[in-house]
Design a protein. Sequence first.
Length: 284
Amino acid sequence: MKTLMNKFALIYLLLSIAAAPSLRAQEATTESPAADTLAALPAEHFASQVQGDTLAVSKAQADSAYIRGDYASAIQSYELLLATGEAAMLYYNLGNCYYKTDDIARAILNYERALLLSPGNADIRANLEIARAKTVDKIEIIPDVFFVSWFKSLMNLLGSDAWARLGLTFFFLLLACAFLFFFSKRVSLKKTGFALGLCCLVLSILSNVFAKVQKDKLVDRREAIVLTPSVTVRSTPAESGTSLFILHEGCKVGIKDDSMKAWKEISLDDGKVGWIPASSIETI
């Protein structure tokens, strides 16, 4: 009896370690749209899942306007739909509309928003790269160490919701492996349960770390797109500040200091920093 109780105690400790990140990740995803799931669905099903029949009609009208080439009407419709809630497909379609009207900056802005919700979508990423090719500023990105780059690529395969669900899947597999290890009478099965359980534990924690990082990117958005034709980046948050360099519409910047209303301190992928008027950028 004492041995059995010790086994249950070990199982409880093991599951507590794995369950904690899984539950936190699941809580983190309940407030965000499941864009990674919706983006893969047909447009009609997607619309009905968001707001019901009324929204389905509006989505159909927006798609119809886009097909007819009435991009102004399509933009207005997609913007109204997005006012009711974010969705990767809507941002993607809106980005296409802006691209068709040669508003490259807003096309990039909406592609970036779509990619934020559905980071593994190849179509969104491809259109974003096409739009970026039309921008004036060509920022040289400081390369990451290879394992950091690999880590980011792996994390961007799925969105926060998908990673959280995957983390819970590995957690339940860990349950099965734990019972196999503690209650199987065959040594070979115990070894198999231990090895697989260890893998499931690591994968469960890793999946929920990815989910947490993706969720933080959705909640605390620290990147923006320049929307004005050009803007001078200055050394201080004032027009009297020294002119450092000029950025053009469509350029992506990181927001370092968001404490001021009229000015934002920004950074570029090549390491440059400076201040620009808040009215010249829009947060992704």
